[in-house]
Design a protein around this ligand. Structure first.
Ligand code: NAD
Length: 435
């Protein structure tokens, strides 16, 4: 499972050899820890076009000090006011002189506006920011990330900016995230434990990404329920005990899974994290129904069924969050994964359709994370050559860790993230696969 190449390229002989041979040079990413909770360095706030956003107070609340004359760890370019090609020249003029000086593992966040259907010049310029962001993400290197946020209200985007401008978003790059106007975002009582008082159910949490999600939500104060199949009882109990939560042993494909969750949580729940997933790879020509059906059942049908049952039962409290797990294989397609790709694309359809209604009718947001190559038992089982290709074929030239998906989930789960709805956020180091 360990990425030996990444370790090797961190040594002096490794660096020498990879440079001589022109091989990928992955940077050691800086991730969140209690000892190192913020980026190492200051923030530079730039503007292109005439912005109507009240951004300065929101950036001040991130706690990142303004950068001095030299290097910045975070650059925020407010390009929301760019309405034409001339405005794009200001984007170039603002970032060209500073991009070289962004620190390793630093962040560039470009802010844009929703595309105006009545003004094709504005729409062209704003769409251009997406191509710009994705291209800069591919070339910037040194573990630095570049993301685009489309917004109309800076305070509704505060949790999103905090996430993107922190070590928690180490493996999120080349993404476009839309933040709605929303109501005044909810400010948690305890900023260090924003999920305290909330109950989270994480499916498939006995190991891998689900375990990391449960751990991260518990770190942020949530009471966690670790759901997994009865066969994973030992691991599920171990995780639950470690996190002070409870285990719920249940096959999520059971017809009455929703009812049993509601029964186990009579006071309801706040965070429903659909993480359980399986693969049964084969090319379609060799794929019998026995390999097709279970993948669609676990990855999609059970997500639809339990979501419907819990919403109908009113088990998800207002302010709740549903986060489902897609995959870049569902966005880009993957050889040998027609079943898996179909199931994960189905999650995207579910999220986009349900999100506005769930918010209007239940006060619950619905989003998805779409992991790329994440170092888990699932990917350790992939044949060596394909595994190595999966690891390197992204802008950060390495696989992500379960915690990267977990941190993304925690941002979506945050009480202040109510204006982030219907989004599919890739956690893929800007994989070459997919849009
Ligand atoms: P994993 O195989 O390590 O863990 C999956 C967990 O889900 C296991 O504990 C398993 O027992 C549980 N599970 C499976 N079927 C279940 C069922 N019917 N009911 C309850 N629990 C069940 O997988 P992972 O790598 O941690 O992946 C987690 C999620 O992320 C999956 O949805 C997967 O498709 C998705 N994903 C993973 C990657 C990756 O690179 N690892 C990439 C893209 C998407």
């Amino acid at each position: 499972m360990a990425d030996r190449y990444l370790r090797f390229t961190g040594t002096a002989p490794g660096r020498f050899l990879t440079r001589r041979l022109g091989l990928p040079e992955p940077a050691a990413l800086i991730r969140w820890s209690a000892e190192r909770p913020a980026l190492d360095g200051g923030l530079r706030h730039l503007t292109a076009g005439r912005s109507g956003l009240d951004l300065a107070p929101v950036l001040a609340r991130t706690g990142i000090a303004p950068a001095g004359a030299d290097r910045a760890a975070a650059v925020v370019l407010d390009a929301s006011g760019v309405r034409d090609v001339e405005g794009l020249a200001e984007v170039h003029a603002a970032l060209h002189p500073v991009v070289r000086s962004v620190t390793p593992s630093g962040r560039v966040v470009v802010l844009g506006a929703p595309l105006d259907p009545a003004d094709h010049h504005q729409a062209a310029a704003q769409q251009a920011l997406e191509g710009f962001t994705r291209s800069l993400g591919k070339e910037i290197g040194q573990g630095r990330t570049v993301n685009l946020v489309r917004l109309t209200d800076a305070s509704a985007a505060e949790t999103t900016l905090r996430f993107l401008l922190s070590p928690k978003s180490a493996y999120v790059s080349g993404q476009m995230i839309e933040v709605g106007a929303g109501e005044e975002p909810e400010v948690p009582v305890d900023r260090d434990r924003p999920l305290s008082g909330r109950t989270a159910l994480v499916t498939g949490a006995a190991r891998g990404i689900g375990e990391a999600v449960a751990e991260t939500l518990a770190r942020d104060g949530a009471r966690v329920v670790v759901l997994d199949v009865p066969g994973a009882e030992q691991d599920a109990r171990r995780v639950a005990d470690r996190l002070g939560g409870t285990a719920l042993l249940l096959d999520i494909t059971a017809a009455d899974a929703g009812a049993r969750i509601a029964e186990a949580l009579p006071d309801g729940l706040d965070l429903l994290i659909h993480n359980a997933g399986i693969t049964r790879d084969r090319r379609l020509v060799n794929m019998p129904a026995e390999r097709w059906i279970p993948v669609l059942e676990v990855n999609l049908a059970s997500v639809l069924r339990t979501t419907d049952a819990l919403l109908k039962a009113g088990a998800l409290r207002p302010g709740g969050r549903i986060v489902a797990t897609a995959s870049i294989a569902g966005l880009a397609g993957n050889t040998g994964q027609t079943n898996y790709g179909a199931s994960k694309a189905g999650i995207v359809g579910l999220v986009r359709s349900l999100a506005p209604r769930a918010l209007a009718e239940h006060g619950v947001t619905v989003n998805a994370v779409a992991p790329g190559f994440i170092e888990t038992k699932m990917t350790a089982a992939v044949p060596l050559f394909i595994r190595e290709a999966g690891r390197r074929m992204n802008s950060l030239a390495q696989g992500g860790l379960p915690v990267d998906v977990a941190e993304t989930t925690a941002w979506l789960a945050h009480p202040g993230s109510g204006a982030v709805n219907g989004q599919v956020v890739r956690v893929c180091g800007q994989s070459l696969l997919g849009a």
